[in-house]
Ligand binder design. Structure first.
Ligand SMILES: *[C@@H]1O[C@H](CO)[C@@H](O)[C@H](O)[C@H]1NC(C)=O
Ligand SMILES: *[C@@H]1O[C@H](CO)[C@@H](O)[C@H](O)[C@H]1NC(C)=O
Ligand SMILES: *[C@@H]1O[C@H](CO)[C@@H](O)[C@H](O)[C@H]1NC(C)=O
Length: 578
């Protein structure tokens, strides 16, 4: 008997020390999903049973913050654990700090991501879905900023994510408007006509021959016409590109089958990891619920909130399939599962945009809770008790150091890390936020600051900037999204101060005149902003108007020169629908 017990003990120890017992990771990242769109965060008309179930079996983070109110910088901060301003993911002077197709912008190669950290520690890693952090630097095909270069062994998905331009009718309603803006801002036609006149003058004074006049003119005018052709004839074809590792597999992609296809890929990745008995890190980065809204046919017309609600429910179905796969493979118990959104719901999209619950504002607004407070949940049965609620301030940047702690990897020592390990908070060992301050950046400007004194239980938030909302709303409907600077914002002097612990909807500013706490708190916050400023170094800015123009030699293209290809998919192994 004693011998049997000893054997059982020995085999248990062996299993524990085996690679297979290292925790696995699954990250779900939604696109533009609002905190008010999810059942466990208070929505009673959209059905999200699978997401809610993760919260019930794990922890709900009710004050989890994105580092930026738009996709690209927010995703960069999530992956690197650092504020986007530290590596130049700023510079548009607006919230439109987005990587665009065929431009050389993206996440600098000097940045380290947490998937890279995991890969370096023996993990199998995959990104399935939206990337939106760059692709080519010098020529199409150099793939200098491909997910494979940032720690993902496997990549499958839409390079830049979904967008209104990926709607099947996009060229007719979207392209001409953008083309008009580019031409009016950059005076491309005027410039190219002047250059043509100059070429003719050179010919007149016999500096060049007719043949050269012809060649130069064709080249110059093709360059000037290129944005127009791209935007009105090819906006969908050229922007809505899907890849598998380094291969372009679909152009333009079919958004209606995207989520089921991604789900199938995620299931395959999990099954392979189980077969190979290797620890894994999977990120499923949804196109849902960004416009264009095109849920798969089984989900259309099924929700109570139009195409938007259908798209949320489609995503919830997909989360359910992945969770059921973990369960089937016996991996639930030791897998760290995380669900979040990259920024708040885009309220200016009307019925096509989400709800940010009781919070004001939405996508694009860094100072507004609706722009940055995310519907985040975490499950890891081994370490997190079911039904845990974390109401202290946390940040999506915390994932990097948290993963590092879980896998026993040291943090990079050559850079400032803005995220903090939140495992003690999730496991109940700690009850106070690890952040004294969180800076809410809009592009390169600090619009608001959170301050959590170690004593007491109040989290303060100072607003240095307010948005010029359309009357009676908390959005910028005339410009479709609020801007980060210029005449469309108001600088608050003195800053507005709120107690977001007791007034989360920010309805009652603390009086600067009669409340003695005001001066004390603002003083501490101002010093913190100065210190934060001093910690920044000069880096190249990734965005600017010059990076807005697509460059033909950076354009991905399959089946050249048609840029037209479709993936053959068989979805029959999936049970699709609610
Ligand atoms: C649920 O979400 C829908 C769609 O965003 C929204 O219209 C509705 O107001 C939300 N309900 C609640 C209670 O927040
Ligand atoms: C804040 O802390 C005080 C004293 O520790 C406690 O009485 C109070 O209930 C707490 N308030 C909240 C909202 O947690
Ligand atoms: C921080 O730096 C920015 C840009 O350099 C500047 O505009 C701002 O005034 C600085 N803020 C503080 C508090 O030093």
């Amino acid at each position: 008997m004693a011998r049997l017990v000893w054997l059982a003990f020995l085999s248990a120890t062996l299993t524990l020390s085996h690679g297979n017992d290292r925790p696995n990771f699954v990250f779900f990242v939604a696109d533009d999903l609002g905190i008010g769109d999810v059942g466990c965060f208070g929505n009673d008309t959209i059905r999200t049973p699978n997401i809610d179930s993760i919260a019930a079996k794990g922890a709900k983070l009710t004050q989890d913050l994105a580092a930026a109110p738009v996709c690209t910088p927010s995703r960069a901060a999530f992956l690197t654990g650092r504020y986007p301003i530290r590596y130049g993911m700023v510079g548009m002077d607006g919230p439109v700090t987005l990587v665009r197709l065929a431009t050389p912008t993206g996440l600098p190669r000097s940045e380290v991501t947490f998937p890279q950290l995991a890969k370096d520690h023996g993990y199998r890693t995959a990104l399935i879905g939206k990337w939106h952090l760059g692709m080519n630097c010098v020529w199409a095909g150099d793939h200098c900023q491909h997910p494979n270069k940032f720690g993902f062994d496997y990549y499958y998905g839409p390079l830049y994510g979904n967008g209104p331009g990926c709607h099947p009718d996009a060229e007719s309603f979207f392209g001409p408007r953008i083309a008009q803006i580019i031409y009016s801002r950059l005076h491309l036609w005027e410039i190219s006509t002047s250059i043509f006149v100059a070429i003719l003058a050179l010919k007149y004074f016999k500096y060049i021959q007719w043949k050269t006049v012809f060649l130069l003119s064709v080249f110059g005018w093709s360059l000037a016409a290129y944005p127009y052709v791209v935007l009105t004839k090819g906006v969908r074809r050229l922007n809505c590109v899907m890849m598998r590792d380094g291969d372009i597999i679909e152009m333009p992609f079919d958004i209606s089958t995207m989520t089921p296809r991604m789900t199938l890929e995620a299931v395959k990745f999990l099954e392979e990891s189980k077969t190979k008995n290797e620890p894994f890190l999977l990120e499923v980065s949804f196109s849902n619920v960004h416009t264009a809204l095109f849920p798969y046919k089984e989900f259309r017309g099924k929700s109570r909130h139009g195409l938007y609600g259908d798209s949320v429910e489609e995503m919830d179905w997909s989360v359910g399939v992945v969770m059921a796969t973990l369960e089937r493979l016996g991996l639930t118990d030791n897998t760290f599962v995380y669900f979040t959104s990259d920024n708040g719901g885009h309220i200016e999209s009307g019925d096509d945009g989400g709800s940010n619950g009781i919070y004001k504002g939405g996508k694009g607004q860094a100072a507004s809770e609706g722009g940055i407070r995310m519907p985040t949940i975490v499950q890891w049965p081994r370490k997190i008790k079911p039904g845990t609620i974390v109401s202290e301030a946390t940040s999506q940047m915390d994932i990097f150091p948290t993963v590092a702690d879980i896998i026993g990897a040291p943090l990079p020592q050559d850079r400032v890390m803005d995220g903090r390990n939140i495992l003690p908070l999730l496991g109940g060992a700690e009850v106070t936020s690890p952040h004294d301050f969180l800076f809410h950046y809009c592009d390169e400007y600090v619009h608001a600051v959170r301050y959590r004194p170690k004593e007491g239980n109040v989290t303060w938030k100072a607003h240095f900037v307010s948005y010029n909302w359309d009357p009676g709303t908390t959005g910028c409907y005339t410009t479709f999204i609020c801007r980060c600077g210029g005449p469309e914002v108001t600088y608050n002097d003195p800053p507005l101060l709120y107690d977001v612990t007791n007034d989360p909807a920010e309805d009652r500013p603390i009086s600067a005149v009669s409340d003695p706490r005001y001066a004390v708190v603002i003083d501490v916050i101002k010093k913190a902003v100065e210190e934060q400023n001093e910690s920044l170094t000069d880096v190249k800015k990734q965005f600017g108007i010059s990076n807005f123009i697509p460059l033909p030699w950076l354009q991905e293209c399959c089946n050249f020169p048609f840029c037209d290809c479709q993936e053959d998919v068989d979805l029959s192994s999936l049970q699709i629908g609610g």
